[in-house]
Ligand binder design. Structure first.
Ligand SMILES: Cc1cc2nc3c(=O)[nH]c(=O)nc-3n(C[C@H](O)[C@H](O)[C@H](O)COP(=O)(O)OP(=O)(O)OC[C@H]3O[C@@H](n4cnc5c(N)ncnc54)[C@H](O)[C@@H]3O)c2cc1C
Length: 439
């Protein structure tokens, strides 16, 4: 264990998602005293579990890809590497009312409705994107234009356009190619062979790593304050910080915020207005995510893309086809901007609609097969990264010494993941320690 600091230095970490937890543990390892403030009644943020009709499971689906090295390193550090499991998984495409195999070269060649040339161009784009290493020259490039250039308008219209619209809505035409490329690369490199995709999960779900973090943090004297949203950050006379929480005022020598960036301007009263405006300028998309417990599978796929003019979802995730768990677990995500009128619709409206979709995909599915359904909502499920996003991102080191601000946007062009949040959480701790040493 390294001791980079005076043990009395107290750091407040805002947010007990993977980034906050990984950061807190690293700070404790470096000898800091740590308080974590979490708005929710549980740790985990977007990867938190809930009690789903007697089953502890993530509110939102979580799978692990082969390139998720920071996650593997953290599992080792926490002594739980043996909980990682890998499964061969299948992908499908529900298109024009039919289920098609997807996710391997033969399936692509068999896909109907687009010319052979378009299919070959699509395959070449996927292959070269998975092999590509550099992203910087894609940062300023528009994702739709980049994909259309590679695969042509026909394949774009059939294979990408509807998925993009349902995931990003009015942001679709202003997305960074670097950001979309990094998603293609992560999933594209999670394979056993050219023909076989392979995905990972943790035995016990994300809760396994969350609980390991909690045990390690509390075991080293870190304190986790649940249901304690920080509502204000001010500087105090000694050069430290005063935090407003429902429990009252708390003091800290340093503050690391890992909460979604759009919340920062509302609470970081000590930051100049121009700096606050930069956080407010980062767009996010929300999610309304349904989870079903079923007596039988919908399909044999883990991931099913859906492109159907009468279905307002980009896909379904049959989690049990990854983990093998019974009864069968299926997630149906609706990605929606928070200001979209549909985001406000009641749970029952989503349940009626999504249940209808599942029955259309598998006409043998009946109401009798549904054991339980739950709906979760999160307003900041995903930052939206437009061309030139690297320059738009505010620095993690704010203009106020001792105050650090980051969220999932800060690992652009990587997509949000537990792995990348872990990596950045540890980097935040290292930055703070480095600055302290320099003082
Ligand atoms: C639908 C969906 C599917 C996903 N699928 C995957 C996947 O397959 N694989 C994968 O690796 N990742 C996946 N993710 C992403 C993964 O969940 C996130 O990358 C990860 O949880 C981010 O962790 P974080 O700590 O950076 O942020 P968050 O999880 O957002 O945590 C931030 C925390 O800050 C808290 N907070 C907010 N305001 C305050 C305040 N004022 N004071 C104190 N606390 C506050 C929040 O309650 C939250 O707990 C998915 C996410 C979603 C939504």
């Amino acid at each position: 264990m390294s001791r980079d600091s005076d043990p009395a230095t107290r750091v407040a970490v805002l947010g007990a998602g993977p980034m906050g937890l990984a950061c807190a543990l690293d700070l404790l390892d470096r000898g800091y005293a740590v308080d974590i403030y979490e708005a929710d009644d549980r740790i985990g943020g977007m990867s938190a579990h809930f009690d789903f009709d007697g089953l502890s499971i993530e509110r939102y689906y979580h799978f692990i890809c082969k390139p998720d090295q920071p996650m593997f390193d953290e599992l080792e550090r926490l002594g739980i590497a043996d909980t990682l499991r890998w499964s061969p998984t299948r992908m499908g495409y529900y298109y024009e009312g039919r289920l098609h195999e997807w996710g391997n070269p033969v399936a692509l060649l068999r896909f109907p409705r687009i010319s052979l040339l378009s299919r070959l161009r699509y395959g070449l784009h996927m292959f070269l994107s998975a092999k590509r290493r550099r992203w910087e020259d894609l940062d300023e490039v528009n994702a739709v234009a980049w994909i259309r250039r590679w695969i042509g308008p026909e394949a774009y219209a059939v294979l990408w356009e509807r998925l993009f619209r349902l995931k990003f809505h009015h942001f679709t035409d202003n997305l960074s190619a670097a950001w979309i490329w990094s998603r293609i690369r992560r999933v594209g490199n999670s394979r056993r062979s050219l023909m076989q995709e392979e995905m990972g999960y943790l035995e016990g779900g994300s809760e396994t790593i969350l609980e390991a973090w909690r045990r390690a943090i509390e075991g080293q004297g870190g304190r986790i304050h649940l249901k304690q949203p920080v509502t204000g950050i001010e500087r105090d006379e000694s050069g430290g910080f005063r935090l407003a929480t429902p429990q009252g005022e708390a003091q800290a020598d340093r503050v690391i915020s890992t909460i979604p960036l759009p919340f920062v301007p509302r609470i970081a009263h000590c930051l100049p207005e121009a700096e606050k405006a930069r956080y407010a300028d980062i767009n996010n998309i929300g999610v309304v995510c349904l989870i079903y417990k079923l007596k039988k599978p919908v399909t044999e796929n883990f991931w099913l893309n859906v492109s159907d003019p009468d279905m307002a979802i980009p896909g379904i995730i049959e989690y049990s086809n990854l983990t093998g768990q019974e009864p069968h677990i299926v997630y149906v995500p609706y990605y929606l901007p928070r200001e979209h009128e549909k985001f406000q619709e009641p749970d029952n409206a989503f349940i009626a609609e999504a249940t209808g979709y599942l029955k259309r995909i598998n006409p043998e599915l009946t109401d009798e097969d549904i054991i339980a359904i739950n709906v979760s909502r999160y307003g900041h499920a995903q930052p939206i990264c437009e061309p030139g996003f690297a320059k738009k991102l505010p620095d993690i080191r704010t203009s106020v010494p001792g105050l650090y601000v980051a969220d999932t946007s800060h690992y652009y062009p990587e997509d949000r993941s537990i792995s990348e949040s872990t990596r950045l959480g540890k980097r935040l701790a290292a930055m703070l320690a480095e600055d302290d040493r320099a003082c």
